[in-house]
Each structure stands twice: as C-alpha cells, then as structure tokens.
Design a protein around this ligand. Structure first.
Ligand code: GLA
Length: 348
C-alpha cells in the first residue's frame, strides 16, 4: 500500500556532548555521550515538483536541486544533498520538499552540529515521504546519517554523534559499546554539580584530514597486531608497536578503561572521581592521541583555573569545545554554557 503522505513535517535532532570515550567509536570501543537540549530543527513542506528547495536560516543561504541530482556541493548543502542521496540509495525515496533549517546549536563548535543536521533532515524527509516512524530503526538511521558524512563530506567518522543524537534521554548518559552497538542508559544525576562547555574559538578547519589520519593509524596498528580492531588488542601487544602507533593505540585502550570507570563512578554517585577521569582522558588525548591544540589547552586551563573538578576536549579535537565539571558552589568562567542531558531526536 502506498504510504499516506502528510503535507508537512518537523523534526528536531539535538547536538551531543561526550562525557568520556573519545576516538573509541571507530575502534569498536566504548563511549559515554549524552544528547544536549540544543539542536537543529528541520521543517519540510511537500512540493509538487521532484525537487528540493532548502534554506539555512542562520546563514540566510539557499540551495535548490532536482531529487535525482547527484552533483557535489560544499558546506551545509553537502549534508542536504547527501541525505537525499542516501535515503534514495536505501530505497526510501524522498519526495519534493521545501526545507527550512534552523535551531540553536552553534556550528563547528564540536557539539555535533553535523550529526544534528543529518538526523533532523533524515527524520523530516522520511516523515514527509509517508514512511512510518520506525521504517528505519535508530541504528540504521545512525548508519545512514554517518554515510552522509563519510561519502558526501569525506569525514571518516564513526557512529558516536549520530547515536547520541538519536538515542539521548533526559538525565541520562549512554554507554555505547561500538563492538555490538548495545546502548546502556546510565543515570547522570548531577545533584547540584554542573557540566559546562566552553568554546575554544577554533573551528575544525583541518579536522577532516587529521581525523582521517588518526583513523588510518589505528587501522595500521591493527594490521601490525593481526587483530580485527583495537578492542581485541592487549596493552602488552600495543607496547610493541612502532611510534606513533603505540601511543595512539594506548590512548584507545586506556580510554575504554576510563569509560568503564566513569560508569562505575556515576553509579556510585562519585562525581569527583568523574572529574579526575575527565582530566586523565584529556591528558591522553593530548599526549598519546595528539589531537589537542593550544586553544583547546587554553580553554581547559581556564576551566581548571575557575575550579573545575575535571575538564577535557570533546569530539574529534583540533578545535571545538571543552567540557568542564563543576562542584556545587564553584563558578564556571564567563562564556561557559551549561549543558544538560536531554531527549534524543524526534518529530514535532
Ligand atoms: C567526531 C566523530 C565521532 C568520534 C569523535 C571522537 O565527533 O564524528 O565519530 O570519532 O570525533 O570521539
């Protein structure tokens, strides 16, 4: 039976903060992200023609293309074209639409504005084409959105951002095991503590190439060790790798351990221990994984100088935001924004 089609749809997808577990997703490891309240909203209205007309409200920019047009584009347009192309490739043909993109998530600040855009576009276009919610489950949706990023934009990212945006829950972090894609909700009860993000001011201009290079280093480490992923590597074996591969792999193994320790600390209500684990994660990302920059270091130092119990870069690195954890009574520095674990993507 042909699906019945609404004349409009509206979808919201949040950004994310990763509490801990960085550069583990594409290594079949563990991470502990949460969705935040800020995100991207896509309003779609059916058009009679086989075309997409899109408007990015904050930039006041437009794009228009035929549904079957597969020509490349840059910036936000690559995400719109990529989402249409991936939905078609999955047999979930979108219909002609006028799309309005808005929201309150800063772009390029390391809070997954890209994933929020892909996910909100995907949900809005699916709904407008009459596909039932659930036509694509959340894991399949995350994979489709990641393909937009991998193929359309050229960033060989994992599934962390998309799964966090799709599966977020209020007052909850998600312990994601990327070897099985099992997601375990972990209560994130802050009891007066605060999580804040501070923008380093540096945009990830070179992030794509450096990110892809780290990913290749992990692949090379696995080839040398003869394991399918770093999840199967032991720390003894990793220590035998040539540099910088040994340090890269050591970060991944130690970060997986820190995710488990953070889950245990949260379950025990020990937020001071969570702060110490955040600091250790940042040191490992700086020293072993080498994805920090002077402006990220300066932002972490500002949070610590203001009395943060823990501070670390979030996301791929090379710019973006840092996350700080403040005990009750401690005052975050000017410019820091509080973030709260919030609901995942949904239709409005
Ligand atoms: C970016 C990518 C994610 C993940 C993080 C690092 O946010 O999009 O897939 O790899 O970097 O943890």
């Amino acid at each position: 039976m042909p699906p019945s089609r609404p004349s409009r749809s509206v979808a919201f997808a949040p950004g994310r903060v990763n509490l801990i577990g960085e550069h583990t997703d594409y290594n079949r490891g563990l991470a502990l992200p949460f969705a935040i309240a800020e995100g991207v909203t896509v309003r779609a209205e059916a058009l009679s023609g086989e075309r997409i007309e899109a408007h990015a409200r904050d930039l006041d920019e437009h794009d228009e293309f035929a549904l079957g047009d597969r020509s490349a584009a840059a910036g936000w347009r690559a995400f719109v074209r990529g989402t249409v192309a991936e939905l078609s490739a999955a047999g979930l043909e979108p219909v002609g639409a006028r799309i309005e993109i808005g929201g309150d998530l800063p772009r390029g600040a390391g809070l997954s504005s890209s994933a929020a855009l892909e996910v909100s576009l995907c949900l809005a276009l699916l709904a407008l084409a009459g596909h039932a919610e659930g036509a694509l489950d959340r894991i399949a949706t995350a994979r489709l959105c990641a393909r937009v990023e991998n193929r359309g934009v050229g960033a060989h990212t994992g599934l962390l951002d998309q799964l966090a945006s799709l599966c977020g829950e209020a007052q909850t972090a998600l312990c994601i095991d990327f070897s099985t894609l099992a997601i375990e909700p972990v209560p994130l009860r802050l009891e007066g503590w605060r999580l804040v993000v501070l923008d380093s001011g540096e945009r990830h201009a070179h992030a794509v190439s450096a990110y892809n290079q780290r990913r290749l280093e992990c692949t090379r480490a696995c080839e040398l060790l003869g394991v399918p992923s770093l999840r199967e590597a032991s720390s003894e074996a990793v220590a035998t790798l040539p540099e910088p591969l040994a340090r890269r792999a050591r970060h991944v193994l130690s970060e997986n351990e820190r995710v488990l320790a953070t889950v245990a600390a949260l379950r025990a209500g020990d937020l001071a221990a969570v702060g110490a684990l955040m600091n250790a994660s940042h040191a490992s990302l700086r020293e072993d994984y080498a994805v920090s920059t002077p402006s990220l270091e300066a932002a972490v130092a500002r949070l610590l100088a203001a009395g943060a119990a823990g501070a670390r870069m979030v996301g791929g690195g090379f710019g973006g935001s840092v996350l700080g954890l403040f005990a009750p009574g401690a005052r975050p520095p000017d410019g820091a924004r509080e973030v709260r674990p919030s609901a995942g993507a949904h239709l409005l």
